[in-house]
Design a protein around this ligand. Structure first.
Ligand SMILES: N[C@@H](CCC(=O)N[C@@H](CS)C(=O)NCC(=O)O)C(=O)O
Length: 263
């Protein structure tokens, strides 16, 4: 079976989970322990970032490479269109989503959670052992590093990231005004990348992520609750309902451990 080395809250991991679900491929999630687990990942792949896909004895690093690999090895339900114009647009939007939404949404959520300890604590996956929860409690900097958010964003950097994200969401809303998917009538890599990478702006409403149920639908305040972007998030909810498999065995309270393996 395919194996995904991941972090539950990594947007790039979510992009790959959405792609795997879209293609109907079964996979096992391996939650990489920040720090020590990344040392092991480095030993296996020569780098320490998630997501990494393992297919038999082969490791594929980077969400874009994983998408291309899956399309070549598992061509059913293609992600990248054949038509040259659509193909170009799919690749362009995917790359843009990685670089803009992926990176800027971390900065935007960073500012929201660094100001709110309860938000910070509640972001830990529910399967996190209590001992680890206690360790990170009250240590905001380490905590943020553990989540892969980085540290040291100045207010100006955060403000500019949020302004850019608002323009991104306006553009996406315009592109989606008269078609169900970004490239028209068929879903493509562009849609899955945009949807997966936007989880930190607003966590999906359904039981897709190993998070407390109270956090579903929450996110960056000026974006998640902003009526200007409601139609974008409604589009994303529809895409999730169509293609993303919900977690199995997570009670609505999100209080019990899930099947996610912590190594
Ligand atoms: N370009 C990579 C970006 C992956 C990435 O930024 N992963 C983050 C988590 S969301 C990570 O592993 N951070 C830990 C680190 O850089 O040490 C992709 O598309 O997969």
């Amino acid at each position: 079976m395919l194996e995904l080395y991941q972090w539950e809250l990594s947007q790039y991991s979510e992009k790959v989970r959405l792609i795997l679900d879209y293609k109907g491929l079964e996979y096992r999630k391996i939650e990489v322990t920040p720090g020590i687990g990344q040392v092991e990942l480095f030993r296996l792949t020569g780098q320490k970032q998630v997501p990494v896909l393992k297919d038999s004895s082969r490791y594929i690093v980077d969400s874009t490479e994983i998408a291309k690999y899956l399309d070549s090895q598992y061509p059913e339900r293609p992600l990248i269109p054949q038509d040259p114009k659509k193909r170009g647009l799919a690749l362009l939007i995917e790359e843009w989503a990685d670089e803009s939404i992926g990176i800027k949404s971390r900065k935007a959520l960073f500012s929201a959670i660094s100001q709110d300890q309860n938000f910070r604590k509640s972001l830990l996956p529910t399967s996190t052992p209590d001992i680890f929860k206690n360790l990170v409690e009250g240590v905001p900097t380490d905590f943020l590093k553990i989540l892969g958010f980085g540290v040291g964003y100045s207010p100006d950097v955060v403000k500019s990231a949020i302004a850019d994200l608002k323009q991104d969401l306006e553009a996406l809303t315009l592109l989606l005004a008269d078609s169900p998917y970004l490239l028209g009538d068929e879903p493509s890599l562009a849609d899955l990348a945009v949807a997966g990478l936007s989880i930190l702006l607003k966590f999906p409403d359904g039981a897709y992520l190993d998070l407390p149920a109270s956090l579903r639908g929450k996110g960056v305040p000026s974006i998640a609750d902003n009526p200007d972007y409601a139609s974008f998030f409604a589009w994303r909810d529809r895409l999730y309902a169509q293609f993303r498999k919900p977690l199995i065995g997570v009670p609505p309270s999100g209080s019990a451990p899930t099947a996610i393996q912590i190594e």
